[in-house]
Write a new protein. Structure first.
Length: 115
């Protein structure tokens, strides 16, 4: 794992397991303004909300990965995982870039469903 990759995906962080890899985010500090736009609908910016946003991103921007990248969120943590480390790297780099594009991420979030 290169330091450059870890820097690119921050504040997301990479975790290697025996047969799979994960990328996670401790929620509550990064891009909270995204979720505030739909706060009245019940979005809080928790791990489940991040997973809903990531699912829309995956379906619309990386449809070839919908069967490869999976989500396992918790209240305080967003987590995506896969047995294909290269696919997960591609996903998280692209997803982080999308998060940094305010217009794009708000558009994607407009179609996220409350879990």
């Amino acid at each position: 794992m290169s330091n450059n990759f870890e820097e690119i995906i921050q504040p997301f962080f990479w975790v290697e397991h025996e047969t799979s890899v994960s990328v996670c985010l401790n929620v509550g500090e990064y891009k909270t303004e995204i979720f505030q736009t739909r706060e009245e609908e019940g979005f809080e910016g928790n791990g489940y909300d991040w997973a809903s946003l990531a699912q829309v991103f995956l379906e619309e921007k990386k449809p070839n990965m919908t069967d490869i990248v999976e989500f396992d969120p918790e209240g305080s943590m967003f987590c995506a995982y896969s047995s294909d480390s290269e696919a997960l790297k591609e996903f998280i780099i692209s997803f982080k870039e999308a998060c940094e594009n305010e217009k794009l991420i708000l558009d994607l979030f407009s179609r996220a469903e409350l879990d």
